[in-house]
Design a protein around this ligand. Structure first.
Ligand code: LLP
Length: 413
């Protein structure tokens, strides 16, 4: 459930009329609802039956500092995948003991940054990464905490580009023998402290079966690791639960937590989750104005540089007209942006009533929306706004033309 709804035919975010924001801030702009972010995060935080859970919000899905701060304040930790994301969460003074560093390709600089800031764990994905972390920890004369991300080899379904837990995907370690060798090495190392095991099986997952299968394999692996004398602090089941974009009916986060607690009822470790989309997706919309109407095209001022998901994955986001909930004189449209590519579309084949200058809200855009935006076609990145009750604040300014050129230089002839 989210807090975007029509009141007297006008679309509101919490108590703010989106028309007011579009007039004040302009379009395109991402609008987030604070109450929705909190509600979705609490759906995880409050579902754990004990203090056994740790919810690390996946920063890659929505990384604006103000959004992260909202989540930190209600108890979330963070799942990060780069030095840049670490910089963000440190900026909002996140508890380092709730920061997990994921990703297959951590650089030396990123590892040192994480170790110096005493993060909870590096989720390592190869033996070489372990050696690199050990080398840096030894140089700094400390011990670094790690978890091993294994590949449970379950196919969670969903788009090929975002499925991660199958044999042959680049993520995790597929051979359990290799996992055991790495664990054994970690046990003997003075500079490595093995604290967990981790897996992440994909994204936009719409059923619990693959999670249950992965949890079973995680428990089996934890037992093998205990058997060589390593006590673990947590079992990290990643993120990945899906959201309704267009009529899908994913399980509730509380169902996921219950299923995992039950699969792990004999274990004493904490359960870590790394949800992204389920917290941020329905907490955000992209506002865009209709510039021109031509044939069955609504040509809008947002483009694939603002929201890449439709072009990249064929994702279908629902679109609403902020001034018109009725579909009395609705027609079928293709909503396209100004970028010079046929792949630049926001939504194909959608029925809605629309006229030039109307403002549309592209729904479920809070996750993997702004964070995947670019300056393609030299388009300044759009603004981000946070609504809180009956007020709103710009939490990222729209870029200007001079921002576009900020870091560029022309060498003297
Ligand atoms: N943990 C790890 C290790 C991940 O790789 C991801 C997402 C998450 C957690 C969070 O997954 P979520 O709960 O948001 O599904 N750009 C794509 C999604 C890519 C997901 C990458 N990894 C999209 O727009 O659909």
């Amino acid at each position: 459930m989210d807090y975007f709804e029509y009141k007297n035919n006008e679309l509101f975010c919490e108590e703010v009329n989106l028309k007011e924001i579009s007039k004040n801030v302009g379009t395109p702009a991402y609008i987030y609802s604070k109450k929705t972010l909190e509600r979705h995060a609490n759906a995880y935080l409050r579902s754990f039956s004990s203090t056994k859970g740790l919810v690390c919000f996946s920063v890659k899905s929505l990384s604006n500092l103000s959004a992260l701060n909202v989540l930190k304040n209600i108890g979330c930790g963070f799942d990060i995948v780069s030095g840049g994301e670490l910089h963000r969460v440190l900026k909002i003074k996140a508890d380092p003991n709730k920061i997990i560093f994921s990703g297959v390709g951590k650089s030396e600089e990123e590892i040192e940054y994480g170790i110096r800031n005493k993060i909870l764990s590096f989720n390592i994905e190869s033996g070489s990464e372990l050696l690199r972390i050990e080398k840096i920890a030894s140089m700094l004369k400390v011990s670094a905490s790690i978890s091993i991300r294994f590949n449970p080899e379950v196919d969670s379904g969903g788009h090929d580009y975002i499925t991660t837990g199958r044999k042959g995907d680049k993520f995790g370690i597929s051979s359990l023998e290799e996992v055991m060798q790495i664990a054994d090495y970690a046990k003997r190392s003075k500079h490595i402290n093995m604290v967990g095991i981790a897996c992440h099986i994909g994204s936009q997952i719409l059923n619990l079966e693959s999670y249950k299968a992965a949890a079973k394999k995680t428990v089996e692996l934890a037992e093998r690791i205990n058997a060589i004398g390593i006590e673990l602090k947590f079992l990290d089941m990643g993120g990945g639960l899906g959201v309704p974009y267009n009529g899908e009916t994913p399980p509730d986060p509380s169902d996921l937590v219950k299923a995992l607690e039950s699969a792990m009822s004999d274990r004493k470790e904490k359960i870590v989750l790394e949800p992204g989309r389920t917290i941020s997706a329905n907490a955000g919309v992209l506002l865009t104005s209709i510039e021109y109407i031509k044939d069955d095209f609504l040509i809008v001022d947002a483009a694939m540089n603002d929201l890449l998901r439709p072009s990249l994955y064929g994702a279908e986001h629902d679109v609403w007209n902020i001034n018109n909930a009725q579909s009395a004189n609705a027609k079928n449209w293709n909503i396209v942006g100004p970028i010079c590519e046929s792949s630049d579309f926001i939504r194909k084949n959608i029925t809605l009533s629309a006229k030039e200058s109307d403002v549309l809200a592209v729904k479920t855009a809070g996750a993997y929306g702004f964070v995947m935006s670019s300056n393609y076609n030299s388009r300044p990145r759009c603004a981000e706004v946070l609504v809180d009750g009956d007020g709103f604040k710009i939490i990222k300014k729209r870029e200007s033309y001079s921002d576009l050129l900020n870091l560029e230089e022309v060498p003297n002839d």
